[in-house]
Design a binder for this molecule. Structure first.
Ligand code: SAH
Ligand code: SF4
Length: 371
């Protein structure tokens, strides 16, 4: 069924207020003290938000009514609505969300699968978005097709996990920032969200179960290396030479392979952690044996793992995945170079699971229906 296009008018006060779910516990404690309430009130609010997961201040029944009203005047309390769900229980499920301002974003819930990013078996992984659209315009990607709209707020990032857990009834134990948007271009909101996701008072998901993927923003990779959290990092490499990468990813003209790999080196030295290189296989673009050998040399030098992902066709784009034989050949060249490599045959191919695809499809349907 088609979604109705809706224009949402938000009053200025709502836009200017900070959302209560964008705050860290110490910040909330500060605020509560300014209201001349005892410090333990902050804990009570946090428990209502992340343990009992209520949807309004009114439901926080052990807080005095007047204090609840005061909270409502001071903070926004937004939620994200599920606009559409695709897929079934034991396969990849895709969630399309409508934000408070009417924008659409998406998350993907991936069932248990062999380890992708380090832990022995990645169970109930959710892939979440960090921006509406993306400014980086990679030539193969649906998220970049319609350009950038805005950054997600910390609460909009965390709410994707809460909403998917509520709808699916499953506890999520692995987070990958590989949905729509470039996470490192929304650095501060992302770090705020990650602290909430990681905190014992928040969602309590260990840093090693959180993976962030970047198209290669070298300065922010260094900035991330200086953060204390041990989250995992995946680099969307997709090309083993500047020539090939330039054809696919405009970011490579700003931070070429040399600059990107120097930032990766810095990250590895600071974190003492193994990186993952994501490499989408696209027929006749980056799938030659020469690229495989060069990729092998880069990965071996940095001690990195490689995840090969056969390209998911995007409507309106000319790219396609190589044959299975070609994919296997690429994989075996890497393995012969002694590089730990996996070939991830996408589970969500049939439900437009690559990032940005469902949103794009829905937007186009709405536009067609309302034109
Ligand atoms: N902006 C970040 C994270 C979001 S994209 C980044 O680029 O890393 C997450 C991953 O999905 C990236 O590795 C991206 O290259 C990949 N991707 C994008 N479009 C795809 C498609 N059509 N098929 C397969 N993977 C795709
Ligand atoms: Fe943006 Fe990542 Fe898509 Fe490139 S691959 S356009 S950086 S979301």
């Amino acid at each position: 069924m088609l979604e109705r296009a809706s224009i949402v008018v938000l009053d200025v006060a709502t836009i200017l207020k900070i959302d209560v779910k964008a705050l860290q516990l110490p910040e909330l404690e500060d605020k509560v003290q300014k209201f001349a309430e005892p410090a333990y009130r902050a804990r009570q609010i946090i428990d209502w938000l992340y343990k009992k997961r209520v949807g309004s201040f009114d439901e926080m029944t052990d807080l005095p009514r007047e204090f609840r009203n005061r909270l409502g005047q001071e903070f926004a309390f937004s939620s994200i609505d599920i606009a559409r769900v695709l897929g079934s229980r034991d396969t990849t499920r895709k969630f399309l969300f409508r934000l408070a301002d009417g924008n659409l974003i998406e998350s993907v819930l991936i069932p248990a699968s062999p380890a992708l990013y380090g832990s022995r078996s990645d169970r109930r992984t959710i892939c979440i978005s960090t921006q509406v659209g993306c400014a980086y315009g990679c030539k193969f990607c649906a998220s970049g097709l319609e350009g950038f709209c805005r950054n997600l707020q910390p609460n909009e990032i965390v709410d994707q996990i809460i909403a998917v857990e509520r709808e699916s009834g499953e506890k999520i134990d692995n987070i990958v920032f590989m949905g729509m948007g470039e996470p490192l271009a929304n650095f501060d909101n992302l770090m705020r969200a990650i602290r909430i996701i990681n905190a014992p008072w928040g969602l309590g998901i260990g840093a090693r179960h959180i993976t962030l993927s970047t198209s290669g923003l070298a300065p922010q990779i260094r900035q991330l290396a200086d953060e204390p959290l041990q989250i995992r990092l995946a680099i969307s490499l997709h090309g083993a030479t500047d020539e090939v990468r330039n054809q696919m990813m405009p970011i490579n003209r700003r931070y070429n392979l040399e600059k990107l790999l120097a930032a990766c080196d810095y990250y590895i030295r600071r974190k003492k952690q193994r990186l993952t290189f994501e490499y989408i296989l696209i027929a006749n673009v980056n799938d030659s044996p020469d690229q495989a050998r060069r990729l092998g040399r880069i990965a071996r030098r940095l001690g990195a793992k490689v995840n090969l992902i056969p390209y998911n066709t995007v409507h309106g784009l000319p790219w396609s995945r190589p044959s299975t034989e070609q994919q296997d050949q690429f994989l075996s060249i890497l393995r012969r170079s002694d590089v730990p490599a996996t070939l991830r045959r996408e589970k969500g191919h049939d439900i437009e699971a690559a990032c940005g695809q469902l949103r794009l499809q829905t937007k186009r349907e709405v536009e067609t229906a309302t034109s």
